[in-house]
Design a protein around this ligand. Structure first.
Ligand SMILES: Cc1ncc(COP(=O)(O)O)c(C=O)c1O
Length: 412
């Protein structure tokens, strides 16, 4: 097609006149291409996919049945705007039942969202003026930071280091940044590190937020997926949290509902209200039938317990085989992510300069897909959401990982 004036009209925030001409390949695109190349080079060999951050199982049969039933109801056909009260009530009860957070007012302190991703973007829209600062942890889920930049704000990146249990050191934030910051984004249990935050850490966060007048956004996408006796912990269960922020809960991972797009924002009423005002101008609410299926899910928390058991079992097996190979993998307390430090290289052969090189090696040579993180320290993220329908199949995948890696001597 001939060059048109359209290129010149594209907003700077997505690249302006360079939009679409970028030759830099982004991480996930590189992984996709490497996967395709590996499949072509080794036809018939199955890729072991630990790269995706999505459950391998579909939603629970009861949730699906509820969707089917509600989709057939005439009254459910229309816009839902800022949501259904019965879903909000179910969410408030869920916060009490799972996290012991008492007294959440379903009318002023809960609002649904079409997944937590847009909620993160919209919270930035509700708070960030040009020049304002969002403090966010890295490595991590980038959405709130991207939107902050698009709005003319600035992002202060707070590194998560293994030495500190992948919790940020709030005292390392320069005073002028803290004073100017409006939002602090944290995400526990954390993607990609799998780290679990303690109550003590949340206390520190609350003191920090109060000292510098900052809104805390705690992304709880993996919060209910805990194991080995670790109880799910909500930021909002800690004294003072309601005064400083919100928590975003998603049904995506806890209920195997990634594609369904259902989440909720809960906590400080004014933050919830500000989010609602932005949301009202972005979407017209999730389909009633999906909200009702979501309500059903929140009332059936045994779905999450079963899923958590599965991930726990898979983590145990994966950690065992990786450590047999010389890695120093440590099972997380929650989430489906195993964050593993990369080896230096292979005996008598390749050196891995960074996680990306190691991840590319794994996919190209071993047909094992992982996600590399080089933002802070070189690690790969292995997600135990690889496809396996039964426990036998799970064991088969783990054995196959061992088989593919055991003919290689890694140097650490
Ligand atoms: C930390 C984190 N936050 C949010 C999301 C988005 O989840 P949702 O499906 O609720 O939009 C993800 C998805 O991978 C995530 O890892």
């Amino acid at each position: 097609m001939a060059d048109s004036y359209i290129q010149g009209l594209i907003a700077e925030r997505i690249g302006g006149d360079k939009f679409g001409k970028d030759t830099v390949l982004y991480k996930f695109e590189k992984i996709k291409r490497a996967k395709r190349a590996a499949m072509a080079a080794y036809p018939g060999v199955e890729i072991i996919d630990m790269g995706v951050g999505e459950p391998d199982d579909m939603a629970d049969a009861g949730v699906i049945a509820e969707l089917a039933k509600q989709a057939a109801v005439w009254e459910n056909r229309g816009y839902t705007d800022n949501g259904r009260e019965d879903f909000q009530k179910a969410a408030a009860k869920y916060m009490n039942d799972i996290y012991g957070v008492k007294g959440i007012d379903p009318y002023t302190q809960v609002i649904h969202s079409i997944g937590s991703k847009p909620a993160l973007a919209m919270i930035a829209q509700a708070f960030i003026n040009p020049g304002d600062i969002t403090i966010m942890t890295i490595p991590g889920y980038p959405v709130i930071g991207t939107m902050t930049s698009w709005l003319g704000g600035k992002v202060y990146k707070l590194p998560l280091l293994e030495a500190n249990g992948f919790l940020p050191e709030l005292s390392s934030i320069p005073e002028d940044v803290a004073k100017k910051a409006k939002l602090l984004y944290i995400n526990y249990p954390n993607n990609p590190t799998g780290a679990f935050a303690s109550k003590e850490f949340y206390n520190e966060v609350i003191s920090f937020a109060k000292k510098y007048n900052i809104v805390v956004v705690q992304d709880a996408a993996y919060a209910a997926l805990t194991f080995d006796g670790t109880k799910p912990l909500s930021f909002l269960s800690v004294d003072g949290a309601m005064d400083v922020g919100i928590e975003i809960h998603s049904l995506s991972k806890a209920f195997n509902m990634t594609g369904w797009r259902m989440a909720f924002v809960t906590g400080n009423p004014l933050v919830v209200k500000a989010f609602a005002a932005v949301k009202d101008n972005n979407d017209s609410g999730q389909f009633n039938a999906i909200q009702l299926a979501g309500k059903y899910a929140l009332e059936h928390t045994e779905i999450t317990s079963e899923t958590a058991k599965k991930y726990s079992r898979r983590h145990d097996m994966l950690v065992e085989v990786l450590n047999k190979l010389g890695f120093k993998a440590k099972k997380p307390k929650a989430s489906f992510y195993l964050y593993v430090k990369i080896p230096k290289g292979i005996k008598g052969g390749i050196e891995f300069k960074n996680a990306e090189e190691f991840s590319q090696y794994l996919i190209k040579e071993k047909l094992i897909s992982t996600v590399p993180w080089d933002d802070v320290e070189p690690y790969v993220r292995m997600s135990v959401t690889f496809v396996a329908k039964t426990e036998d199949e799970e064991k088969g995948v783990i054995d196959e990982i061992y088989r593919r890696l055991s003919d290689t001597e890694f140097i650490f």
